[in-house]
Design a binder for this molecule. Structure first.
Ligand code: PMT
Length: 399
């Protein structure tokens, strides 16, 4: 496997040496391209010695190869830029190609992964966040930085993740499509909240952002699957390549999910479906006045259980994965849901106190009839990869 490692001008550039080593331990052939600023932190001879290849530094420095960015772009199975500065994130988002590294990124059709590392305020700046959102929406894999004490002395998000984690992530990304586990398979994901109208202006809903569903969609696409996302209202963009069916209510979600489930191989219920809806959705805005109060009590009726219905009606061989969002006795409730929902696996996660809903990280456990596997806190992107890998293993066991 051939990995192109891009190194940009950041104090974490020295960690790129360790990333290179980790990749080599996995038998990857690594070539390095550096920005001019990166060479201020680590010398090119270091990367040349470690990689065993000349280091790409300039569009013009090689008399035998007048178009080095095209050659580098063509001769890799994945391009990893780690660390990636705010400046290079912005250039990539804007399509700017003013040096060898950014020109190679623009010319590269292999999967691109960036690992931003910078000062916390630079990372949180709206410009950087908007640039990262643009990259994600284009299918670039963005490895979220970790929080901690930064080189500048501030504490916050901006640290490069562990080199071993970065290496693992890019190796998975670089796997040739034909070798991916879910090529030719269809994965259906429910995602986001449902919205249950009380009247034309009010509704019952919850805090789901769709981040978990979006991460699952990306992981399934990366595994080579065709992906359908049936989503309640969210403000994020699902990855390019996924078919997105937008719904509002639980009943609409059930109808659309049923349709997509007919030829799905794996169904993942990440949506936070409202368990109840107002018995009547008033056609006019209800009054709140004391004399004519219509909002003091809202009679509710139960919504259909989307996941349980899909699991009960499943085709032979179809794998059904649900979630359990619990504030307490997480594993015990998840085991009950595994049985009640007729699922093959429940991903149990604790919610409340700022956990899981709307976050970028999640701590979960896989609950199956074979037992419980507890996972550490990790980015949702990584958790999604673990869920899709597990679901794909379960699928292979049934085929
Ligand atoms: O969207 P994010 O902000 O990233 O947050 C992610 C998440 C917290 C929403 C996600 O990790 C999660 O836990 N999703 C399930 C939320 C939920 O409704 O859990 P539950 O324990 O109430 O439901 C159990 C399972 O049944 C879930 O798979 C749910 O999709 C499904 N269900 C529940 C009720 C219902 N009427 N129909 C369903 O299909």
């Amino acid at each position: 496997m051939r990995i192109l490692l891009g190194v940009t001008g950041c104090i974490a550039a020295y960690k790129a040496c360790e990333i290179l080593r980790e990749l080599q331990r996995a038998d990857a052939d690594v070539r390095v391209v550096m920005t001019e600023a990166a060479t201020r932190f680590v010398g090119a001879p270091t990367f040349a010695a470690l990689s065993g290849h000349p280091v790409g530094l300039s569009l013009f420095d090689n008399a035998t190869d007048p178009i080095p960015h095209i050659r580098l772009a063509e001769e890799c199975d994945a391009f990893l830029i780690a660390p990636c500065t705010a400046n290079v994130v912005a250039k990539l988002a804007g399509g700017i190609a003013d040096d060898l590294l950014t020109s190679t990124a623009l010319a590269c059709t292999a999967p691109l992964m960036v690992a931003p590392a910078m000062n916390v305020h630079m990372y949180e700046n709206a410009a950087t966040q908007s640039n990262l959102a643009t990259l994600r929406a284009r299918g670039v894999q963005v490895l979220d930085p970790q929080s901690g004490r930064l080189a500048c002395g501030e504490v916050g998000a901006g640290k490069l993740p562990e080199p071993s984690a970065i290496a693992r992530a890019v190796l998975e990304l670089a796997e040739p499509l034909a070798a991916r586990a879910l090529v030719g398979r269809h994965v259906l994901i429910t995602s986001g909240p449902t919205v249950e109208p009380i009247d034309p202006v009010r509704f019952i809903s919850n805090r789901s952002s769709g981040k978990m569903g979006a991460a699952l969609a990306q992981a399934a696409l990366d595994a080579g699957a065709r992906v359908t996302v049936v989503s309640g209202p969210v403000s994020l963009l699902y990855p390019d390549g996924a078919t997105v069916v937008s719904v509002e209510t639980a009943r609409e979600m059930l109808e659309q999910a049923r349709r997509a489930a007919s030829d799905a191989d794996i169904i993942v219920g990440a949506a936070a479906v409202a368990d109840h809806r107002p018995a009547v959705s008033a056609p006019q805005k209800l009054k709140k006045g004391t004399d004519d109060a219509e909002l003091t009590a809202i009679p509710l009726v139960a919504n259909p259980d989307v996941l349980r219905t899909l699991a009960t009606d499943r085709r032979p061989g179809q794998i059904v994965v649900g979630f359990a969002a619990e504030t307490d006795q997480v594993l015990a409730h998840a085991e009950m849901k595994l049985r009640y929902k007729h699922a093959d696996m429940i991903v149990a996660n604790e919610v409340g106190n700022g956990k899981a809903f709307g976050t970028d990280d999640d701590k979960a456990a896989f609950v199956t009839s074979a037992g419980i596997e507890e996972l550490p806190l990790m980015p949702k992107a990584q958790l999604a990869q673990r869920i899709i890998t597990k679901a794909s293993d379960l699928l292979s066991e049934t085929s």
